[in-house]
Design a protein around this ligand. Sequence first.
Ligand code: GLN
Length: 191
Amino acid sequence: MRHVGVLALQGDYAEHIAMLELNDATVSEIRMPKQLDDVDGLIIPGGESTTIVQLIDIYGFRDKLVSMANSGFPIWGTCAGMIVMADELTDDRPDPLKLMRIKVSRNAFGRQIDSFEEDLIFKGIDGNFPAVFIRAPIVIETSPEVEILSLVKQKTEMPVAVKQDNLLATSFHPELTNDSRIHKYFLSMIG
Ligand code: GLN
């Protein structure tokens, strides 16, 4: 059985855990870097990216996550998790982990549309996916090694799901729906 870690420093990790358990994965809350040695993949949840990065640095996760990501360990970031994984942000804060060759803009939909839902086309998944966006980021630049899996129509046709080998990032929150297809997609990346 696949053993998935969910970074449980801040944010909506409990919803990811529930979704993974519904899909027969073994799940562990990750609160210390050494716990990463026991899992086959990691989800970085939505929440507040500045707080998550601050806690990543306080608990000493940064170097280990960078080296694991570079050696093929599967990581999926949702919303704030996407911001954490980016190479570069349009904001000064936080200082992201630079795991994926993407440039990300935080809170990209502005105040008026803090939250919305949109049915997305997601490469590799049949039919539409009901995506929930909450003060969501958007990908504004990608390098050639990054595959764009989904574009949002709201406001602008920008990428909201991207994959680079073992790394996946989504602007939206599949863990807040009843649809576990993107969790299954990530589980298949774990193998
Ligand atoms: N706006 C948040 C940030 O910049 C992300 C929001 C979320 O994860 N739902 O960190």
